[in-house]
Design a protein around this ligand. Sequence first.
Ligand SMILES: [Zn+2]
Length: 124
Amino acid sequence: MKTMTLQEFQAACQAQASNREQIVFRCPMCGTMQSAQQLIAAGAGADFGAVERYLGFSCIGRFTGAESPRRDPDGRPCNWTLGGLLQTHRMEVVTTDGKHHPHFELATNVEAEMHRAALAGSSI
Ligand SMILES: [Zn+2]
């Protein structure tokens, strides 16, 4: 299990994106990349504050009627959330109180750039 302190996590987020709505995470089950901007576009909430609790925790597919994760990721979102009984996450953020919070992994900076560029060319 990969762990990051909250401070490390926030620094990594800031290094990846200049705007918090543009930070890109990867669902551990389907492998798709997703951001708050996409959650808002998918109808999960009206603004960052409304989708923050889903970001990096519930796959965007939950808001688009996606199926359960497939055995082999096919590039489409799934309906996974880290709140279930099965522990499938690969990363935890450790807060100063010592608690471990499951979280989707951050995309690498290069992956995030490519993802944002692809989105900019589509309607979402
Ligand atoms: Zn997923």
